[in-house]
Structure formats: structure tokens, C-alpha cells
Design a binder for this molecule. Sequence first.
Ligand SMILES: [Zn+2]
Length: 265
Amino acid sequence: MSGAGGAADFDRPGFGGPDFDGPGLLDGVASVLFVHAHPDDETISTGALIAELVARGIRVSLLTATRGEQGDVVPGPLSVLEGTDALTHEREQELQRAAETLGIAARFRLGERPARAGHLQRRVYRDSGMKWIRPGLAGPADDIDDDALVRAPLAEVAADVAALIAQLRPDLVISYDNGGGYGHPDHVRMHEATLAACRAESAPFAEVVHDPAPDAEWFALDRHLATVTAALRCHASQLTVDGAHIVHSGGQREPITLAVGLRAL
Ligand SMILES: [Zn+2]
């Protein structure tokens, strides 16, 4: 989930808003790596931005940390998958289709080479789950698996992200802000790990923000609605699309995000 970015007055792509006077974050950028925690985050939070980058001829890669094991399933034919290994497989397929729809060139899983440090064995980082603390703000779940992402040492996660950055050498790395967008512990962890990895590899990092700010470059991307909607529909176990809204498995509605900001850190 994410806050809705309306900001109709910022209707030019890449227009930084009235107070933004920094250099364009995408100037001269030919390759971007997005780092996300769960299948569907790439589309919900940054689908329009990915579509925009692809339209500009930028090569987009995606690193996803978990397989979304803890997320609920949309009531209906896929409900039988809830809590089973088959759900993991289904979400992998959904993610692949969404990535293809958005035009993502390459996709990676955290804990698997090349997103695995040194000579360490492959590792599966599991979805840590969450619970709502109040509307719009998530916190840690009551029960967290030992192999959940948030239980893994930050240094290990960061080293895995760094290994992929070292391999790809992207011109820009994009991930969550330090609040994880809405507080999901896995999002916060991936912000921390990605920032640390970028520092270690001297790679430029930008965080996604959902409200215009003087220090963030703002992108209003309504023209990618059709692409984002098509990618969202790929995540059928997690959400449905109702007009210009996403309906999550638990029934929560949010507008489809078609405007985001980037803040260089
Ligand atoms: Zn997520």
C-alpha cells in the first residue's frame, strides 16, 4: 500500500515541483535497479515509475527479497492456496507476469546468486508478515518465523544486495523510504539494507516518496495507467482492480499510484 499521490498541478514528467532545484535524478541514467520486499510492491508502489523509465529507454532490473508467503489471498478460486507452498509458486508466476507487463528486463531473488554474497549457500528470506497498528501504519506481526527477513542480520541482507549491485553496476538504485512507505517491517529492512549496500558499493540511491517535497523530484505519470492496471491484474492472489482503485485481499481500497517522488540520499 502507499499514499495516493495526486498533485495534478505537477503534470509534466520529471517536473520537480515548484521548490525542487536539484539536478534531475534520471539525467544520464541508463540502468536502474529497484529493490522491493514482496511480490506486488514493484507494481503498487513503483509500477508507473518503472513504466516511465522503460518508456525512456532505461534498462530496469528488479530485486525482490521475499516470496510474499505471509500475505492473505483474495477470496475466490485462489483461496485454497493460502498457507501452502503452492502459494509461493503462484506468487512467483504472478510476479514474473507483472514484471513482463511493466517491461522489466531482469529479475532477481535476494539470497540467490548473483544477489548472494561471497560463497554463502543460497538462502530464502521469508516474508515477515505485519499487523496494522492503526489505519495506514503497519508494525511487526505477533509471530515471526526464524527465517523471516527481519530476523536475518542486517549485514547479511545488505551484503546480498551489494553483491547484486556489484554485478549489475546500475546507474541508480531505488527502494523504499526509511518508513517503508507505510511501516511494513520488511520494507523498512530493505530500505536499511539497500542504503547500506549502496554506500558500500558507491552506488547512487534514491528513496521513493509519496508526497511532493522540496527535496524530491516528482513524477506525475497518469499516462501509464493502462500498463499499471494490467500489471496489477497479474497479482490476482493479492488484489483486484476496481476502476482506478486497488482492492486488497482484506478489502482495503487505495487509489492506483500514478505519481511518485524520488529523493536522493
Ligand atoms: Zn510489501
